[in-house]
Write a protein that binds this ligand. Structure first.
Ligand SMILES: NC(=O)c1ccc[n+]([C@@H]2O[C@H](COP(=O)([O-])OP(=O)(O)OC[C@H]3O[C@@H](n4cnc5c(N)ncnc54)[C@H](O)[C@@H]3O)[C@@H](O)[C@H]2O)c1
Length: 403
């Protein structure tokens, strides 16, 4: 990989010390890019950090070939310096907990919205200097913007979108989405990018805004911009101690600590989990493909499974004989089903997911078993009710967000 002048192009990945960013950094380094990361090493994601932010030790998995700048996307100077000499920007920096975003509204708005605004103003300053235009701005969108995915009504024989389930319905523990016309239980259908957003959390709202801010900036200033809406990504380096993050990591953390993962509702919510390796393949294509400027793509595996099946699959892969605990509680804002239609990414990005779920889970399990010494000693394990997941659920309960 080289620019016309023989130099390898330099990429900036904001949030590049995190799960997806660090894997993308490795892929781009292998492909011959120079990679710079701007990351404030948020202690919620990087527990090796001192909570006072004094001891900013980078995660051990980061490649020494990538250039880490410890700093926040909220810091104009840090952003301007990080943008020097880069031709591609990947914007991954975000706080990422759906449930937590319901009550840490200022923090989610600040990092996800204001952080994006500061980055775009930094880019604008650069755009005004001759010869320093970007070849690509890539922004991480999220499946969360869809809320409920697309549905099929077997009663009416037509596709339906749904405004979701009322609080009263959830309190009756009637989990499936119902057809507004005939009352039948709707069946999930693959959701494509044209489905209108249905924002069920502050996180989803900020992710939608991040994506739209970047696309609008791209149109306004002629910066070739692409948004990728990731479905649930899984793989090595997920933040295990962060109970507000991806479902696979939360369940794995519980299983390794000897606790049954707590599954909301009846566990039959359907999702699409995608390996981090397929995510980074899609990112590289989105950086390099011509003719996709201004477009948005779902990135997922196209394989679906229920949340309870995921917990069972992980327990099998980890060889931990613990069944999920089906709580029959709900969390406000959770979609019942959301599964992906990836035909646009296949056609326009040449994206073809390669990692089968069983193989990806085995890889995750191997990595997890190497991490277990960092998890609590079995003799000193807290009782089940005080695990990280339970604490996160307790917080939601405190705000009346679960029932
Ligand atoms: N992992 C998924 O399943 C998934 C799904 C959909 C969308 N996404 C999006 O992909 C992106 C990456 O997610 P991830 O799973 O790698 O999350 P992550 O939490 O592992 O990584 C996010 C990184 O951003 C950093 N960060 C937080 N605040 C920052 C700030 N103010 N300045 C600079 N850096 C900051 C964190 O320290 C962390 O390293 C996010 O934008 C997320 O919304 C992820």
């Amino acid at each position: 990989m080289s620019t016309g002048n023989g130099h390898a192009p330099r990429v900036l990945i904001t949030g590049g010390a995190g799960f997806l960013g660090s894997h993308l950094a490795d892929r781009l380094l292998n492909a011959g890019y120079q990679v710079r990361l701007l990351d404030n090493l948020d202690p919620q994601v990087h527990p090796q950090m001192d909570a006072t932010f004094q001891d900013r030790r980078p995660p051990a998995y980061l490649s020494p070939e990538s250039e880490l700048r410890v700093g926040s996307v909220l810091d104009e100077r840090a952003v301007a310096q990080a943008l020097e000499g880069v031709t591609v920007v990947v914007h991954f920096a975000a706080v990422v907990g759906v449930g937590q975003s319901h009550y840490q509204i200022a923090r989610y708005s600040q990092v996800n919205l204001q952080g994006t605004a500061v980055l775009l103003e930094g880019l604008l300053q650069r755009q005004r200097q001759p010869g320093s235009g970007l070849s690509r701005l890539l922004v991480a969108g999220s499946m969360s913007v869809y809320g409920e995915g697309r549905y099929w009504c077997p009663g009416c024989g037509v596709s339906r979108t749904s405004a979701g389930r009322s609080l009263a319905q959830l309190r009756r523990k009637q989990w499936e989405v119902l057809c507004g016309a005939c009352g039948a239980e709707l069946e999930p259908q693959p959701t494509d990018e044209s489905k209108p957003p249905q924002l069920g959390s502050m996180y989803a709202l900020t992710k939608h805004a991040q994506e739209q801010m970047c696309l609008l900036f791209g149109r306004t200033y002629g910066v070739p911009t692409v948004a990728l809406r990731f479905f649930n990504a899984y793989g090595p380096r997920q933040a295990l101690t962060n109970p507000y993050t991806g479902v696979a990591a939360v369940f794995a953390g519980e299983l390794l600590a000897g606790r049954r993962p707590q599954v909301f509702e009846d566990g039959r919510q359907r999702r699409d989990l995608v390996s981090v390796h397929d995510v980074t393949t899609a990112c590289q294509a989105a950086i390099e493909r011509a003719g996709i400027e201004g477009e948005t793509f779902n990135i997922a595996s196209g394989e679906t499974l229920t949340v309870a099946e995921l917990a069972e699959e992980l327990a099998r892969a980890l060889d931990v004989p613990l069944q999920p605990f089906i709580t029959r509680h709900f969390r406000q804002g959770d979609a019942r089903h959301c599964i992906a239609d990836i035909s646009a990414a296949r056609a326009r990005l040449g994206f073809a997911p390669r990692v089968r779920l069983a193989d990806g889970m085995r890889e995750l399990a191997t990595w997890l078993s190497q991490q277990s010494p960092r998890l609590p000693d079995p003799a000193r394990r807290p009782p089940a009710a005080s695990g990280a997941q339970a604490r996160a659920i307790q917080e939601l309960r405190g705000f009346g967000l679960t029932g």
